[in-house]
Design a protein around this ligand. Structure first.
Ligand SMILES: *[C@@H]1O[C@H](CO)[C@@H](O)[C@H](O)[C@H]1NC(C)=O
Ligand SMILES: *[C@@H]1O[C@H](CO)[C@@H](O)[C@H](O)[C@H]1NC(C)=O
Ligand SMILES: *[C@@H]1O[C@H](CO)[C@@H](O)[C@H](O)[C@H]1NC(C)=O
Length: 628
């Protein structure tokens, strides 16, 4: 078939109704053999008129600068302060342990179960390979940015032409996570966690230094504030708060103080913090005495995050309550877990996650009467059927998406049982009782996803049911039990490709947002989205920061978000860009998702063009940006 022109249409609103009935999918291809319509071009004369004019360099250059958000005049409170909540927790012993280094002399307080010797032995047991420390050992005072760093770059010729604004309560910000940026891995009392000794992606596991944000956080925040970023989304390191992880063990005063100070500094700059409690960095205590288990390909998701350990749920609740009592007065948005499916070993892991989430949400709403929002964020690069007219492809896409999303939000939002896709896949799933479901229902105020890109899905060769029944972690199809590809049925890539799995797929984002809103009926938050430009690490610094593909990614995704809001009626809560700087991408420094570059030797940060383009895109369209 000769296809001269293929127009690709996304009929989000229409297809969602069909999806809800489970009969059809999200896209239609319309074959078009004539020129594409340009309705804006009707008044152009048939022939040009040639004429002379005098020449001069009249194009004056105008510069625009990024502007910071103003410092706050009042500070909103979202819960009582720690001083009035501390009685809700068993009395916490706080202490400090200092820094660890493999060459340290042995500590002498071995009679103390939580002393220096016990703490050091956590690190000896973890035995981090190639351990090293960075260039800083104390918090660096921030310095204001020179205006020369804040000049906007030249615009791209093509850009969004939409006329929509963001609603007044739409939140916009940038995100990062503790283990990917903090460094200072064994400093100031932090205990070892999974990501200190394990790289999911198998390359160098050097997570001891990363961006040294533990010492540079004030300067990092100063830079974000200067760019005019409103929300700063970070994760707390569990083992920095509780080096021994478990309930009843002492709290690290240096850790509590660090995040208090970080939150206060964010607020003092006119920004607003959001907190994730655990971002893959499980304390090592949950892996018994056998750290080999950490390398195991998990039975369900991809990595063994230790959530299935019978002590995990209570420990997570204890840790989460410590965070909520200390920080909820100043933090309006909470995520208990980041992308939990990926680090779930089995059905018990998922059970621990949803039960711990439910208990923390009830503690937040009912006990401390928090007035902010709480939820958890899920990964799902939305599965779209290879052929939307083929019912087996549609069934595969529905299997894929419900396994990712409904496994958590059926109980935690809708108060209904796990989806069949999960029950088929995780044979050891823990059944939910009626009272479990009543308790868990509505414990997420929003549905947050990290919709980096999409994936094209069809049934696996042996069929979904057979794959799910065999549950073979060595099968390339398990756990999702679908075939995934990154090109459409005509062989075209789904979009412009990055350094990794991310393709620029904005039209499908709108479909996805419709799916989420209509399925779960809670405001939708894009909790991470970002684009690692192909080969960026190989470029000259000046070329690294002129990152047009990343600008295209962000602006197109946000344009489609606006269409979802205004044309489809989707309630969007906001969008958080990943990431505010290049960072340790789980074993890899070459997949660069950052809005800033980071010099690995000097720790110097530089803004990329996309950062200016992204913030301008939002601020130019957000009349209430500063009070959002
Ligand atoms: C589970 O975690 C507890 C508490 O840290 C630990 O003592 C135990 O050995 C772990 N069990 C397994 C099977 O990993
Ligand atoms: C440790 O865990 C690995 C992976 O699960 C297992 O193969 C090994 O036998 C375990 N070793 C011990 C001493 O339990
Ligand atoms: C649907 O697609 C599958 C492969 O994914 C194929 O085996 C099957 O024949 C197709 N069905 C129809 C009705 O085209």
């Amino acid at each position: 078939m000769a296809v001269q022109s293929l127009q690709f249409l996304s009929l989000a609103g229409l297809t969602l109704q069909l999806l809800a009935q489970g009969v059809d999918a999200q896209q239609v291809y319309i074959l078009a053999n004539s020129a594409a319509a340009r309705p804006q071009c009707s008044s152009i004369p048939a022939t040009p008129t040639y004429r002379f004019s005098s020449f001069s360099f009249t194009q004056t250059e105008t510069y625009r600068y990024a502007t910071s958000v103003p410092a706050p005049t009042t500070t909103k409170k979202y819960a009582p302060a720690y001083s009035s909540l501390s009685a809700l927790l068993p009395s916490l012993e706080t202490t400090t342990w200092g820094n660890w280094h493999p060459n340290d002399p042995a500590a002498t307080d071995s009679a103390n179960p939580y002393g220096r010797a016990a703490w050091s032995s956590l690190w000896q047991f973890a035995n981090p390979t190639g351990f090293r420390t960075g260039i800083y050992s104390t918090t660096v005072a921030p310095t204001p940015l020179p205006s020369s760093e804040l000049v906007l770059p030249p615009k791209d010729y093509f850009g969004p032409k939409d006329c929509y604004n963001f609603p007044s309560d739409f939140i916009f910000g940038v995100a990062g996570s503790a283990s990917q940026i903090e460094g200072a891995a064994a400093m100031e009392g932090k205990g070892p966690n999974l990501l200190d000794i394990f790289s999911p992606f198998g390359k160098r596991s050097d997570n001891y230094v990363t961006n040294e944000n533990y010492y540079l956080y004030k300067q990092d925040i100063e830079r974000l504030a200067s760019m005019g970023v409103k929300y700063y989304s970070f994760s707390v390191s569990w083992t920095r708060i509780l080096p021994f992880a478990l309930p009843g063990t002492p709290v690290n005063k240096a850790g509590i103080d660090h995040y208090n100070d970080l939150i206060n500094f964010v607020i003092s700059k006119g920004m607003i913090p959001t907190v994730t409690m655990i971002h893959f960095d499980t304390p090592l205590q949950f892996f018994a005495g056998n750290l080999t288990a950490r390398y195991k390909r998990a039975g369900l998701g991809f990595f063994n995050g230790g959530y299935q350990n019978a002590t995990f749920e209570d420990a997570m609740v204890n840790y989460g309550k410590i965070l909520l009592t200390h920080y909820a007065d100043r933090v309006p948005v909470w995520f208990t877990f980041n992308e939990p499916f990926l680090f779930s070993d089995n059905g018990h892991s998922v059970n621990s996650v949803i039960k711990a989430h439910g208990r923390l949400a009830h503690f937040y709403k009912d006990t401390i009467k928090g007035t902010g929002k709480i939820g958890l964020k899920l990964h799902d690069n939305f599965g779209i059927p290879l052929n939307p007219a083929n019912s087996s492809d549609v069934a595969a896409a529905n299997h894929f998406n419900t396994l990712h999303l409904n496994t958590f939000w059926n109980p935690l939002v809708l108060g209904i049982d796990y989806p069949d896709s999960f029950k088929k896949t995780a044979h050891d799933y823990v059944p939910l009782t009626k009272s479990d479901l009543e308790y868990l229902k509505n414990t997420c105020d929003f549905v947050a996803v990290d919709p980096y890109t999409i994936t094209v899905v069809s049934a696996p060769p042996q069929g979904i049911d057979d794959c799910a029944k065999k549950s073979d972690p060595n099968s390339p199809y398990y756990p999702y039990c679908v075939t995934q590809q990154e090109y459409n049925k005509f062989g075209w890539n789904i979009g412009y490709r990055s350094q990794s799995y991310v393709y620029i797929t904005p039209e499908y984002l709108r479909t996805y947002l419709n799916y989420l809103w209509n399925t779960f009926r809670k405001p939708v938050l894009i909790s991470e989205f970002g684009f690692p430009v192909f080969g960026e690490a190989l470029k000259e610094p000046r070329d690294q920061v002129f990152d047009t593909p990343r600008s295209l990614y962000y602006q197109s995704f946000l344009s489609e978000t606006l269409k979802a809001i205004w044309e489809d009626g989707v309630h969007m809560m906001g969008a958080l860009a990943w990431s505010f700087a290049d960072n340790w991408e789980f074993g890899d420094y070459d997949q660069r998702f950052g809005l800033q570059t980071v010099d690995r030797d000097t720790q110097k940060r530089s803004f990329k063009k996309s950062f200016f383009d992204l913030v301008s895109f939002v601020r130019d369209r957000h009349p209430n940006y500063e009070s959002s």
